[in-house]
Each structure stands twice: as C-alpha cells, then as structure tokens.
Design a protein around this ligand. Structure first.
Ligand code: MRU
Length: 368
C-alpha cells in the first residue's frame, strides 16, 4: 500500500520496541520510505546525513535512541559475568558514552542534547529512587521506565506543535499570505511541524492561506519537503527560489513570515536554516511580522547570545554537485557552506512557544 505522508509519523518507536522508524527524508519527494534503525551507529548516521532532520524530530529520535541504547546495555549486563556491584557504574558509564556519541551527530540543534540529557537524568533519578534487591534488577526496571519517558518526549512533541499552531493562529487572518523557509513542517517534528502548524490548524478551520515556501539552498528542504508535505495535505503552496521573497514582500503578498529554529539564545537571537536572517531583514524593511516558532526545548539559556551558538558547516559538494547532473562550479573552487545563520533578536516580532507568545524578545527576553 502506498504510504500517505500526512498519516505517517516522521519518527516513532516500532511496535515491538526494538527499533526507531523514520521517514527517510533523503528519498523525498520521490518515495515515502520508512526506514528502521536499531544500531546506535545507524541512528547517528541517519541524523548526520539528514535522513531524519529538523530540531524537534532530531530530539525525539535521540530520546528513543537513548532508550534503545539502555536496553542493549542492560541485555549485555544480563549475560556478562561481572559481579553485581559493578553493574550500576558500568551501565551509567556506557549510557553516558551513548549520549556523547549521539550528541556529536550534529552541532546546532539544541533539542539533541536536551533530549539525551533528559533521558540520562531521568535514568539516574529513577534508579536512585526505585532501588530493588540488586543492581541488575534495578537496571532492568530503569530501562522499562526509560521507554515510558522516551514515549513521553514523543507525545509532548505532538502536543507542543499543536499548541504552537494554536497560538500562531491568533496572529493571522483568514486568507493571509504566509511565507516559510526550510522545513519546519511535520517532517521536522512528529506531526504538525512548528512553523507549519498554523497552516495545518488554519486548514482545519477552513482558512484559505496562500503559502509561499523558499526552496532553501543548498539542501532544498523547502522544495523537497515543505512544498511536498503542504501540497500533499491539499494546502495552497507556491514554491520560490531563495532570492524571490523580498519582491513578494514589497508587493504586499506576504502578511507574515513563520520559521522554525534550532536554538534560541538567552537574548532572543535565534539560529535557523541559512537564509533565515536575510528574510528577517527584508521583513523588517517591508513591515512584515517575522515569527519564530520554537518549542521551549529549543531555548538554550546557556547561550548568552547568537554568537555562542555553534554553526554547522557542511561539505561544499552540497553546493557544487549535489543536485546537478554535472558539477556546475569550477573544480577546486573554495565553498562556504554554513548550514544555519543567526537572526538578531531585534528583527524578530515574536517567538511562539507551546507556553505562549513572547513579543519583542530583544526587549522582553526569552524566559517563559
Ligand atoms: O538542516 P536541517 O534540515 O535539520 O535544518 C532544519 C531547520 O533549519 C529547521 O527550520 C529547524 O530545525 C526547525 S524545525 C521545526
């Protein structure tokens, strides 16, 4: 049976609980392929090459992955001959190694380390508070509880995105022209998306939005993913090259810009897909409200400003070769390929979280 993108979760735990199922986004829009991942190396690779991508989806994948890691470690503990008193320390040392390994798969989206830290802290607390007979028995109980926690992260993602959509809907009118960049859509989360949640919820209410999405060079998340998922859901979406949005803003076709983000610094600067800050600058020039949709798991108070955010740089091949039958740039040309940029907080009209709307983050900060 052909899979329907709207009815297939971007990421989920398999029914038998032994693997993570993701929609392989490198195959879209040509093919909706659900890929099963169980080894930590495969999960790391899937995040690194963007088979699963978008800050919230990366976070959910990481949470499920910590559960799978814990389960594998506990299975080893059952069969190896270590004395019981050594098992607790070995379990948590290996869990920490799994966390550090996963955290190294991509640098910019804070949801990744947010999720792995949450799972590790949960495991430590659960073990301490529920000790029973011996270390091995308690480890096995802890792993069971970690499954529940990972599924909570998964469910929270769905609820969070819906709440972001509801808050966003209060900011726009029926028939509005909305612009988005990259893919902060359902494919970047479990369902709904962050920046696209307003579009899906508007559709439920019969609002007739005119949506524009940038193709988003170099990896084309807008063309391959956002255009695909919105059109598949029956929304009115028009694809643009990355250099076209200012002309639409100037002619009054865009009433609001909604984008996602990978990390929000304490001063309200936000990192998102490369090109986002240019949109924010044009939006300011033409008086178009610029909204950043961010689950609170994306807020990183340890980063004081956007300059503290590590920006991923990717291979130049993505720019020179990847989407062309023949290489389009001269051999050996130097390429600058940062995957994200930082939008200064004073360009942001509001940050929309699941807890509510933060207006003027450069003035009000991001504590919510
Ligand atoms: O490199 P990607 O495709 O993972 O970049 C994704 C984005 O920039 C998204 O806008 C961001 O992660 C927010 S997703 C809700």
């Amino acid at each position: 049976m052909t899979k329907n993108i709207a009815q297939t979760d971007t990421v989920r735990l398999s029914d038998d609980g032994n693997s993570i199922e993701i929609i392989d986004q490198t195959k879209l829009p040509g093919r909706i392929h659900v890929k099963s991942l169980s080894r930590q190396e495969d999960i790391w690779h899937a995040i690194n090459i963007l088979e699963v991508r978008g800050a919230p989806a990366i976070g959910v994948t990481a949470a499920l992955s910590m559960y799978l890691a814990a389960k594998n470690i506990s299975a080893d503990q059952k069969t190896n001959g270590n004395p019981d008193h050594m098992k607790k320390e070995r379990f948590f040392t290996r869990l920490e190694a799994a966390k550090n390994y996963l955290n190294s798969s991509r640098p910019t989206a804070v949801n990744l380390s947010w999720a792995t830290n949450r799972m590790e802290k949960f495991a430590i607390r659960f073990f301490e508070q529920n000790f029973e007979t011996d270390n091995l028995t308690t480890i096995l109980k802890t792993v069971d509880a970690m499954k529940g926690e990972a599924l909570t992260v998964w469910q929270e993602d769905i609820d969070t995105c819906r709440a972001i959509g509801e808050h966003s809907l209060s900011l726009v009118k029926e028939g509005a022209g909305l612009l988005t960049h990259c893919n902060a859509g359902k494919l970047a989360t479990v369902r709904y998306g962050t920046a696209t949640s307003v579009m899906y919820l508007g559709q439920e209410k019969g609002y007739d939005f005119k949506i524009y999405c940038d193709e988003t060079r170099p990896l084309l998340q807008g063309a391959r993913l956002t255009a695909f998922e919105l059109a598949s859901a029956g929304l009115d979406v028009t694809l643009l090259c990355d250099n076209m949005s200012a002309s639409l803003m100037k002619t009054g076709k865009i009433d609001a810009v909604f984008v996602g983000c990978d990390r929000v610094a304490a001063n309200g600067d936000t990192a998102n897909k490369i090109g986002t800050s240019l949109l924010a600058l044009s939006a300011k020039r033409y008086g178009v409200p610029f909204y950043v949709c961010a689950p609170t798991s994306t807020i990183d108070l340890n980063c004081k400003t956007g300059s503290d955010i590590v920006i991923e740089e990717r291979s130049g091949d993505e720019v020179t070769n990847m989407w062309f039958e023949r290489r389009i740039a001269p051999e050996n040309i130097k390429v600058y390929n940062p995957s994200f940029d930082v939008t200064d907080s004073d360009l942001i009209t509001a940050i929309i979280t699941e807890k509510g709307i933060i207006n003027n983050p450069s003035i009000n900060g991001v504590n919510i």
